[in-house]
Design a protein around this ligand. Structure first.
Ligand SMILES: Nc1ncnc2c1ncn2[C@@H]1O[C@H](COP(=O)(O)OP(=O)(O)OP(=O)(O)O)[C@@H](O)[C@H]1O
Ligand SMILES: [Mg+2]
Length: 444
């Protein structure tokens, strides 16, 4: 289970709107999702049409029960919103939580302990925080793997933001906890010059600590809340729904990439450490008679080889096999071009994502497991994506193409199932007039 806290002590910057709609979008993508309301204002219940007067037990009761060693389970207090989305509602009692917890040793870990009970039942937990830095927000931070800080792209947006991030940093240090903190532009109104300037400033300042897509100001989002519905139900074809869908997809995709990277790196680390041990042992045994230690290491190597073959042949871990395939395919394509530039098998497979120049050819390699069509549009094809499609490597989610480009600087964007986006694996970017990022490649 991945837990994401939506935090900003600034009131009205879109925390609850983002919590409700991100949770709904994740649920719509098929993820079992839990929305936890840690704000005594109970706005999540209002925004999802859960009648407040019918809420008998809230997250407050579960937290208190957990701290007192009592047996109230979180699952007994959940409200099912749809097949994949549950709400842990809050209540006004939560405003007394800090006072009541005074002196309790586990007071900052209460939510973390409670969520631990349901970690196998949900893929994602989204926590809506109150507009204050107090015990409730501490609890959310302790429970979180990731923090999203919504920033309204209005006049007071940047005011106090650095202070807010510094506070988060200090809290993480105090808890000795590593949390990913990312900034999300909210209520972005592209029509106003000030919003465009503020977004550019945020992107300049926070770079990769910022989500590439913003949540635009959209009146349908406001209306949806007043009808007690998430935007994906209230206005499924609205821009607001698309923004949250993109946000949810980028979070899921990032998780998959992190997991794949971890898996590939841990297997390749195991392989290289075992190969080194095997080599050392082989050298030590001059007459090549195998001693028991060598045999043991070789057997472990064989096991890891088998593990890798398993991933290559079978779903759902097909992806890892495909990562290995692409390495081999790349080798085939460029064999005649530059022997000395060939990637070696020791290189990390994930290093090939993004854009790489090998001699005169530029390789674009990216990962979109769920896409049906990946194209590229840029200066080099007059921004016409239909001109240049990427090829899918086998059944994998890896897409690649090779272009011969003359020396110079080129801007481009990827077009995935018709949606324009920056290349997630290329850090070189430049803002375009629409407030989005173009990816940059410089060919020598
Ligand atoms: N993208 C958006 N487009 C239009 N209106 C929005 C958008 N995001 C939020 N709003 C509106 O702005 C107001 C404040 O949003 P919201 O309640 O989500 O902020 P908040 O940070 O949770 O506030 P608080 O700090 O009081 O908890 C609400 O009326 C909401 O409907
Ligand atoms: Mg709120």
């Amino acid at each position: 289970m991945k837990t994401i806290a939506i935090v900003n002590q600034k009131g009205g910057c879109g925390k609850t709107t983002i919590s409700i709609n991100l949770a709904s979008a994740l649920a719509e993508l098929g993820n079992k999702t839990l929305l936890v309301d840690m704000d005594p204002q109970s706005h999540c219940a209002v925004g999802l049409a859960v009648p407040e007067e019918q809420i008998e037990q809230s997250i407050y009761d579960v937290l208190i029960s957990s701290c007192n060693g009592e047996s109230l389970k979180l699952t007994e207090t959940l409200w099912q919103i749809n097949e994949n989305l549950d709400l842990a509602p809050s209540s006004i009692d939560l405003s007394a939580f800090e006072q009541q917890m005074n002196g309790m040793s586990e007071k900052e870990n209460a939510l973390m302990n409670v969520l631990d009970q349901v970690k196998d039942q949900f893929d994602y937990t989204i926590i809506d925080c109150p507009p204050a830095v107090g015990l409730l927000t501490f609890n959310a931070l302790r429970a979180a793997d990731e923090v999203v800080v919504p920033v309204e792209t209005g006049y007071f947006a940047l005011h106090g933001l650095s202070k807010q991030l510094e506070t988060l940093n200090i809290l993480c240090q105090r808890f000795n906890q590593k949390i990913d903190v990312r900034v999300l532009a909210s209520m972005y109104d592209i029509r106003t010059k000030m919003a465009r300037e503020i977004l550019a400033e945020l992107r300049n300042h926070f770079a990769d600590k910022m989500f590439s897509n913003a949540i635009n100001f959209n009146t349908k989002i406001k209306e949806a809340a007043s009808f007690g519905q998430p935007i994906c139900e209230y206005a499924p074809s609205s821009k607001g729904k698309r923004d949250f869908e993109l946000l949810a997809k980028s979070i899921v995709e990032q998780d998959q990439q992190d997991q794949n990277k971890q898996l590939v790196n841990s297997l390749s680390d195991q392989l290289s450490s075992l190969s080194t041990s095997a080599d050392d042992l082989a050298l030590a045994v001059n007459d090549f008679e195998k001693d028991p230690e060598t045999i043991e290491v070789e057997e472990e190597l064989k096991k890891i080889d088998e593990e890798i073959s398993k991933y290559i042949s079978g779903s759902p871990e097909q992806l890892l096999g495909d990562l290995i395939d692409i390495n081999v395919e790349n080798l085939d394509i460029i064999e005649d071009e530059a022997q000395q530039d060939l990637p070696t098998t020791e290189d990390k497979l994930t290093d090939y994502y993004g854009v790489n120049q090998i001699n005169k050819a530029v390789y674009f390699v990216t990962l979109y497991p769920k896409a049906d069509l990946v194209q590229i549009a840029g200066d080099f094809n007059n921004w016409v994506p239909e001109e240049t499609g990427l090829e899918k490597a086998g059944k994998s989610g890896i897409w690649q193409t090779k272009l011969k480009l003359s020396p110079g600087k080129y801007r481009y964007r990827l077009v995935v199932d018709g949606k324009w986006q920056q290349d997630p694996y290329n850090e070189k970017v430049e803002m375009n007039p629409y407030g989005d990022f173009n990816s940059i490649v410089e060919v020598n």
